[in-house]
Design a protein around this ligand. Sequence first.
Ligand code: SAH
Ligand code: SF4
Ligand code: F3S
Length: 476
Amino acid sequence: MDPIVDLDFIDNRTPEQAAACDTKVTAETNTGKGRKLYIESYGCQMNFSDSEIVSSIMFEQGFDTTADIAQADLVFLNTCSIREKAEQTVRNRLGQINYYKKKKPAMMVGVLGCMAERLKKSLLEEEKIVDLVVGPDAYRDLPNLISEVDGGQKAVNVLLSREETYADINPIRLNSNGVSAYISIMRGCDNMCSFCVVPFTRGRERSRDASSILREAQALSEQGYKEVTLLGQNVDSYKWASEDGTEKVIFAQLLEKVALVDTNMRVRFSTSHPKDITDEVLHTIKKYDNICKYIHLPAQSGNSRVLELMNRTYDRDWYLNRVDAIRRILGEECGISSDMIAGFCTETEEEHQETLTLMDYVQYDYSYMFFYSERPGTLAARKLEDDIPLEVKKRRLAEIIEKQRETSLNRNKLDVGRMHKVLVEGFSKKSDEQLSGRNDQNKVVIFDKKHYKKGDYVNVFVHDCSVGTLFGKAID
Ligand code: SAH
Ligand code: SF4
Ligand code: F3S
C-alpha cells in the first residue's frame, strides 16, 4: 500500500479500497431470469454505496448484476465530478464502452451520479452513446426511465430532493469482501466550500432516519459482517428527529447506538469536518472499543487566509485545536488522515509552506492529496482566478506528497514493536500464504496466514513497516 496519491478521482477511500474496487462489480446476483446490469462506480464511498442502492432497485425490476460487461444488457457508470480528471476518466471509459455497444447494439448505457447531475441533458448531446442520465436523488425513478429507453427514447431525471435518503432500500452489497460494508447515514452537503462541486451535484444536506440505520447495522451483523463505515460528506452534522419530535439523534448518539448493535463489529465513519467535530464525539469514540480510533479530518490547507478563501469556516488555529483535542482525549495512537489541495487560487509560497508545517505538527498517518482543479459553477470559479500555473501546482503537490511519505513512515515506525488487533480482509496481494487486514487505525497489516481466515480478529505483533504497510506475526 502506497500512501494515498491518486490524482485522478478517488477520494475518501483508502488506497487499498481504491485499488481493489477498480470500479468493477465483483458480486453477481443471478436469478437466471432477468436482463443483466453491469455497474461501475467512480469517486467517493458515497457513490459506491449508491451503486448498491441502484443494484437493489434494478434487482426488483428483474435485473441481475454481472461482473462481465460483455454479458450486460444495461451498463451504468456511477460518476464523479470532483476534479476535471474524474470526468475525463468517465468520458474515456464511455469511449471504450462504445466498443461493446457496437457488438451489441441493444445494450443500454446510463450515466448516473455527480456528472449526470452536473451536466444534465447536455451529456446526451456530448456523448452520443448515452441513453439515460440519472442524478443521485432520482434512482427510484430508474424503472420508469428504463421503460422510456425501452420505448426508443432517451431519458433524463436529475431532480434533486430535500428528503430522499433511500432509507427503506436494502442495498445489494457489491464489491464486498463480506467483512466490511458501508452504511450511508446522510446525503448532500450544505457547506459550500468554494472549490467544491458536491453541494451542486448532491443537493442539500439531509440525515437518514436513525432507526433505519440501526436496522441496517443489525442486518449486517446478522449476515456476519465485522465492520461498518458510516458515510456522509460531513457526518458530524448528522441530525435526525422523529416526526412527532419525541426522538432526536445527533452524530455522537448515533455512533453510540451503532456501536451497541454488536460490540464485536467495528464502526468507522467518514468524513469528519473540522468545524463540526465535537469533544462529545471524541469521548464516544473513546468509550467504545469497537469504534475505531481513526479520524479522517481533511484540512485542505494549513494557511488561514487560504482556508478563508476556501470558505472552510475554520482557521489554522481552530484546526490545530481540534487535533490537540483528539490527542488529549484519544491519545497519540489515534490515527488521523487528511485531504490536501495544492495551489488553490492566489496561494503564495509562504502559504504553501504552512501546509507543510501543519503536516509536520499533526503527523498524519496518511492523506489524500490533490492539486486544485477549477470546477464550473463553484464559488471559486465565479469569484477567484485560478492563477497558480500547473507546474507550480504540481511541484507543491509533490512537496506535500513527499512530506506525507515522511510522516506516514514516522507514524508507522511507532507501530513497530507493538501488538495490533487486526481484522482480516483476505489474502495479501502478493501471496496466498499471507493475510491482509487492518488495525484500528485503518492501517494495512500483513502477516503469515497460519490457521486464520477472512473475518477473523487476530492479534498481530508488528515487527516491520514500510511507508504504507505494517508487517507482523500472528500471536495465538
Ligand atoms: N466532504 C469532504 C470531502 C469530499 S470531496 C470534506 O469536506 O472533507 C474529497 C476531497 O476532494 C476534498 O476533501 C478535497 O480535498 C478534494 N477536492 C474537492 N474539490 C476539489 C477541487 N476542485 N480540486 C481539487 N481537489 C478537490
Ligand atoms: Fe465539498 Fe466542503 Fe461539502 Fe466537503 S464539506 S463535500 S469539501 S462542500
Ligand atoms: Fe465525486 Fe460526487 Fe463523491 S463529485 S467525490 S462522487 S459526491
